[in-house]
Structures are given as C-alpha cells and as structure tokens.
Design a protein around this ligand. Structure first.
Ligand code: OSB
Ligand code: MG
Length: 379
C-alpha cells in the first residue's frame, strides 16, 4: 500500500444527552475522522478519540491535530507499507501521542482489510460473529433520574450497566441501584477520582456484588492500585492506567487489576491492542473494549477488536443511537438485546456517509507528499 493523501475531517457533533463523569459534563464532541487514500483511490478510515480537553489523558484534540499534521501524517504518506503493523514501527521514535498515532494506524488497518477483501475483524484475527455490549451511564442530578436511565437500558437488553461514580456520589447511590436492581450485572467507573485515603469508601462498595470498579485511582498509577486490589474484593479494572503494552505488563505483574479495559486509541492502535490481548490471554486476564463516545468509524473499530477471543466481558460499544441523532455511517451500529453483529463486509463494514458528515463538518485538512516532515532534529 502507498498512501497518497490523508484527509482529516474535523467534526463537531452534539450528543443526544449530556454525559457527566468525575471530570465534568459534556454534550459536544469534537471528532476527527482520518481518511487514508491510496494510489488506487481506495480509502481507509480511522477515528481520533482524543478528548476536547486534557482531562481523561494528556491528549486533547487541538494538540492531536497538530501532531497529525506535523508528524504522523507526513511520516506515512508516500511510504510503501505492506502491513499495518509497520505503522507502529515508523512512529516508534516519537513518544506518546497514542490517540493521534492510533487514528492513522486505524485508517491503514481498514485500508489493508479492504485491499485484501476481508473484514477488519478478520484482518485483526477476530473470529466472533457477534459481540456482547453493555452501556456506560453518566452521573445524573438525582439518583431517581439515574434509576430511570438504568431502567431504560435494562429494558433495551444491554448486557451490563456501568455507572459513573465520584466522591459523594458513590456508596449510597449504588445502594439505591441495588435496592431496585439486585441482580443486574453492574459496575462502576470512577475515572481516577479517588486516592488510597478513600479506602473506607472503596471497601464499602464490596457489599454490592459489582462486576468491577474501573480506574478508582490516579491515571497512570499501578502501584496504589496493586495495594488497593489487595484490600478490596471487587475486581479492579484499569482504564486510564493502561496506556501501553508496557503498562499492561506492569499492571499484570504487580497485580494492580484483575480486568483490563482496552481502548485502541489509548494504547496506540490496533497492533498494540493485539499485543496486550495476547499477553492478557496468557495471564488469564479478562478484557473488554472501552469507549470514548465515538462516532461510527471508531465504533466499528471497537466492534472489530472485540471479535478477539479474550474480550470476554461486555464492552461499552452501545448503539450509535444511544449517542447521536444521526451517526456518520450507513448502516449505523445497532445493539439488539445487547448484541452487535460483527460485519463480514470488507474493512470496517459500513460506508462512511459524507452526506451525513456534512452537517457536522468544521474543517478538512489534507496531508500529501508536499507536506514534508519538518523537524529541528536531523539524522
Ligand atoms: O472512562 O470509560 C471511560 C467516555 C469518555 C471518556 C472516558 C470514558 C467514557 C465512558 C463512555 O465511560 C464510554 C462510551 O460509551 O463510549
Ligand atoms: Mg473508564
């Protein structure tokens, strides 16, 4: 494959409902769709999942766009690439910026699968025909409102419910949920809002038979999480702390978690996700696919990676319609009774609909062979 042009379609989308976590509330999502076009005019698509502000991780969309335009686009344009794994190698000297790297790598994976005439899931090595999904619910102003939301999602058949917690909205809120829904598969996500000083609160959650507690402590930490896991019964699941293959290996070795949430963008792409997958399988660590409030392209990538065998727990890849009035792909991602079908069409398995995208479009940037890598450092 030789990529001739990379287009960065920058979209501003509005979610149906505001989404509140311990970081704050958001209703607008700034999405970048990466389109990698090869010499035959075939397009592969990736989605950049950076946050709008550096709250979840250090990456944020404005900075990510600079990284894509200045480094990661020019580094792959006009290069002969025979397999998408090579993209990580090309990017290796450049530290971090995982979501930026993953967005182009994802487009190359889609292009590669399309060229081979196979689905992205098959290209990755995923054999599942369908995947189980749950739903991630933001904090609501009152517990009653949250219970209403949970009721809707249970009714829709999602395989597990995840609720966001933060200090002051934790034990009593979960107690109320359990009073109404004693048996649903339930988990909580703290988005790094606690410290070991909150050990009593974290221990108190043990009584609710939660599937797991996601990222209770600081992003990046594996030491305190290991101490915490020894003191609580609820399995710790790491999200923000698993930002590379190396941090996954450290967390497994230290016993910092019993479960890992894989987000392709956070770990630097599909190639790295597969490496983490294989490591987790070896150590019997169950995986599931997290979400970053993706539009359709990222959502389809999530479905494809979930087709791998160690993704044994329901992911956060809910229906397009849970987030958007209109997604940018045809057909949209649909979860029926908590199950999403894995497409067997070539690549991501749906068309990116430029007509639908138009309503959200802010700007399109293009990277071609004219955009040479411009660095101070030389070899
Ligand atoms: O912590 O998993 C998280 C959304 C944005 C950033 C971080 C997280 C989330 C979610 C929602 O929990 C996942 C989704 O539905 O896409
Ligand atoms: Mg999380």
């Amino acid at each position: 494959m030789k990529i001739k042009e990379i287009k960065l379609h920058q979209l501003l989308m509005t979610m149906k409902n505001p989404f509140t976590t311990s970081f704050g509330t958001q209703q607008k999502r700034f999405v970048t769709i990466v389109e990698a076009i090869d010499e035959d005019g075939t397009s592969g698509f990736g989605e950049c999942v950076s946050g709008e502000d550096p709250l979840y991780s250090e990456e944020f969309m404005d900075a990510t766009l600079i990284a894509l335009k200045k480094y990661f686009g020019p580094l792959v344009v006009n290069k002969e690439i025979s397999h998408p794994d090579e993209v990580w190698e090309i990017y290796k000297p450049f530290k971090r910026n995982n979501m930026a790297k993953a967005s182009i790598e994802g487009a190359v994976w889609d292009l590669y699968a399309k060229k081979k005439g196979i689905s992205l899931a098959e290209a990755i090595g995923g054999a599942k025909k369908e995947v189980d999904v749950g739903v991630s619910l933001g904090l609501e102003d009152t517990d009653e409102l949250l219970l209403e939301r949970i009721g809707e999602k249970v009714e829709e058949g999602y395989k597990r419910i995840k609720v966001k917690i933060k200090p002051g909205r934790d034990v009593e809120m979960v107690r109320k949920i359990r009073e109404v829904y004693p048996d649903i598969p339930l988990m909580v996500d703290a988005n790094s809002a606690y410290t070991l000083d909150d050990i009593d609160t974290l221990k108190a959650l043990d009584e609710f038979n939660l599937m797991m507690i996601e990222q209770p402590l600081m992003a990046g930490d594996v030491i305190d999480h290991a101490k915490l896991q020894k003191q609580i019964k609820t399995p710790v699941c790491l999200d923000e702390s698993i930002d590379s293959y190396e941090s996954a290996a450290a967390a497994i070795e230290l016993g910092s978690c019993e479960i890992i949430n894989v987000k392709v963008g956070r770990v630097g792409g599909i190639t790295q996700s597969i490496k983490i997958h294989d490591l987790a399988k070896k150590h019997n660590i169950p995986l599931w696919c997290g979400g970053m409030l993706e539009a359709g392209v990222g959502r389809l990538h999530n479905v494809a990676i979930t087709a791998l065998s160690e993704f044994v727990l329901p992911g956060d890849t809910a229906s397009s319609s849970r987030y958007w009035f209109e997604d940018i792909i045809t057909p949209e991602v649909v979860a029926e009774k908590g199950v999403v079908k894995v497409s067997d069409k070539p690549g991501i398995g749906a068309e990116v609909d430029f007509g639908k995208m138009e309503q959200y479009l802010v700007k399109v940037d293009s990277i071609t062979a004219d955009d040479e890598l411009d660095m101070i450092m030389h070899n």
